[in-house]
Design a protein around this ligand. Structure first.
Ligand SMILES: Cc1cc2nc3c(=O)[nH]c(=O)nc-3n(C[C@H](O)[C@H](O)[C@H](O)COP(=O)(O)O)c2cc1C
Length: 222
């Protein structure tokens, strides 16, 4: 797959086949992923890859906490959107609920949809990106963002789909406990990864983008 094809093909996948992803394939994806740029080649990342029973246990405990309405404890700053950013978020949510056939008043199915986010979208594997908490959060997040995008693009070459999933690590203590991630590591982000289920309605989503004209300033061109 060439670069342009991959960039156009990548999209968030929120429904996966149950087929396991071989470790050798995930290794290839991560080997490509770590070719990502980072400031001063600091490579401020550690990677934990989870599958099987441990992943199931994390899903279960996340859902229990969500069910008890326990406050989220993210280890990185979260967006608090307003204005146009909130509008885009609302549009995404409406598109997803629309594709899933979940009506506004259907609180039960909305609740179940939210749960999916805390279950790594039921992917057969999850990649957890962490960084030493001795590092400044903001530049580190930029570097980990580069890593996440490269992983998502590389995954396509192996027929894999991904969803970068902040929701799945909103109770980071759960993932930390089950994976033995040391307290010195900040849990930054997760990526759900697996073979896309082509029949899963939300996977049909083609998210929109603001026109370049509205976000780009060209200087020195005719
Ligand atoms: C930092 C970050 C966190 C995200 N967290 C979630 C999440 O928790 N749940 C989810 O469904 N999608 C999540 N996404 C995926 C975005 O919703 C998605 O990238 C965006 O809607 C654009 O759609 P696309 O990826 O299909 O192009 C996240 C993406 C990023 C970059």
């Amino acid at each position: 797959m060439d670069v342009i094809e991959a960039i156009r093909a990548r999209k968030s996948i929120r429904g996966f086949k149950s087929d396991p992803v071989p470790k050798q394939i995930l290794e290839k994806v991560l080997e490509l992923g770590v070719r990502s740029p980072s400031a001063e080649n600091g490579q401020p990342w550690e990677i934990t890859v989870i599958t099987g029973k441990i992943l199931e246990n994390i899903r279960e405990e996340n859902i229990e906490k969500l069910g008890r309405h326990e406050p989220f404890t993210p280890e990185v700053q979260m967006h608090v959107y307003a204005g146009i950013y909130k509008e885009r978020h609302m549009k995404l949510a409406a598109q997803l609920y629309g594709l899933m056939g979940i009506a506004r008043e259907d609180t039960e199915n909305r609740r179940l949809w939210v749960q999916r986010g805390f279950r790594f979208y039921d992917a057969p594997a999850a990649i957890i990106l962490t960084a030493s908490n001795s590092l400044d959060e903001s530049p580190t997040q930029f570097d980990l963002g580069c890593l996440a995008q490269t992983i998502c693009l590389a995954a396509l070459e192996y027929g894999l789909g991904t969803c970068i999933a902040g929701q799945s690590v909103l109770y980071p203590e759960v993932t930390r406990k089950h994976c033995g991630i040391p307290e010195t590591e900040r849990i930054v982000m997760s990526i759900a990864i697996g073979y896309p289920d082509p029949d899963f309605p939300a996977n049909a989503l083609e998210s929109t983008r603001e026109s370049l004209d509205n976000i780009t300033t060209w200087i020195g061109f005719d």
